[in-house]
Design a protein around this ligand. Structure first.
Ligand SMILES: [Zn+2]
Ligand SMILES: [Zn+2]
Ligand SMILES: [Zn+2]
Length: 261
């Protein structure tokens, strides 16, 4: 059941190149509809004890400023693709407010890629630098077992994303499942009884090797039967001004969407 103290903010609902896409003059990329302006996929869960950021996309700063969110108290990763991690440098302001390093919850695989991609953060020669100069973070290991952040139970939902393994996350009766093209059989029970499902849906069609297209996403929604569903990781082929026919209760997400969960 929706909890009035728990809000999910969609910071970004765009695919890996964003919308508008560089160099594209299509009707969606040149649209005046703000819902066709999509930064890279990320969400923030607002709880009484603080904010959990899920993924740190390249537009993290723009997203926090736009939504007037001053800080995240924890960072949680779905997977390590560039469009989900490359805003990590922007978290360096948070430890000043937190008065300590930012906890980063991820798998061993994600930690390895972050350590490779952001070597300067982990360089012993720069460790003495004051807070705010570099992102001060520490890793908290997650596996497929449920875990708690800021007093909230979070259940990982293993998803298939082409040849990559990704986690969706369930918080109460909301599930955030970005970057997926298939649901493993063992993950379906984790999606039972949802109020809200936020699901990857790149384009109207055809099918894509690592993302759901519309038919596949609607099949998932039909099987899960959440009370409402939002499609995310949307490309410029998804026009918010002229959405394709979709069942009642299914909508495109948009940057700035807030969901009581
Ligand atoms: Zn992505
Ligand atoms: Zn376009
Ligand atoms: Zn991805």
């Amino acid at each position: 059941m929706a909890n009035p103290n728990r809000t999910l903010v969609v910071l970004g609902c765009g695919t890996s190149v964003g919308v508008p896409m560089i160099g594209c003059n299509c009707a969606v990329c040149s649209s005046g509809n703000p819902k066709n302006n999509r930064t890279r996929a990320s969400v923030l869960l607002q709880l009484p004890a603080g904010n959990i950021l899920i993924d740190s996309g390249p537009e993290l700063r723009i997203q926090f400023v736009r939504e007037k969110i001053p800080v995240a108290h924890a960072l949680l990763y779905t997977h390590y693709h560039a469009d989900h991690i490359y805003g990590l440098d922007d978290v360096r302001l948070f430890p000043t407010i937190l008065r300590g390093p930012l906890p980063v919850f991820c798998t061993a695989e994600v930690e390895t890629v972050i350590r490779q991609s952001f070597q300067y953060i982990f360089n012993p020669e720069t460790e003495h630098l004051p807070i705010g100069v570099l992102p001060k973070i520490y890793f908290q290991r997650i596996t497929a077992e449920p875990f708690d952040i800021l007093g909230e139970r979070i259940t990982p939902i293993p998803l298939t994303h082409g040849r990559f393994d990704v986690f969706g996350f369930r918080i109460g009766d909301l599930a955030y499942c970005t970057d997926a093209n298939a649901i493993p059989e063992s993950s379906w029970p984790l999606l039972a009884g949802l109020d809200t499902l936020i699901l990857d849906c790149l384009r109207p069609g055809p099918e894509h090797p690592s993302h759901f297209a519309l038919a596949g996403a609607l099949d998932v929604i039909d099987r899960v039967r959440p009370k409402r569903a939002y499609l995310t990781h949307l490309s410029h082929q998804m026009d918010a001004s002229h959405p394709p026919p979709m069942p009642a209760g299914v909508e495109f997400a948009f940057d700035g969407l807030r969901i009581q969960c």
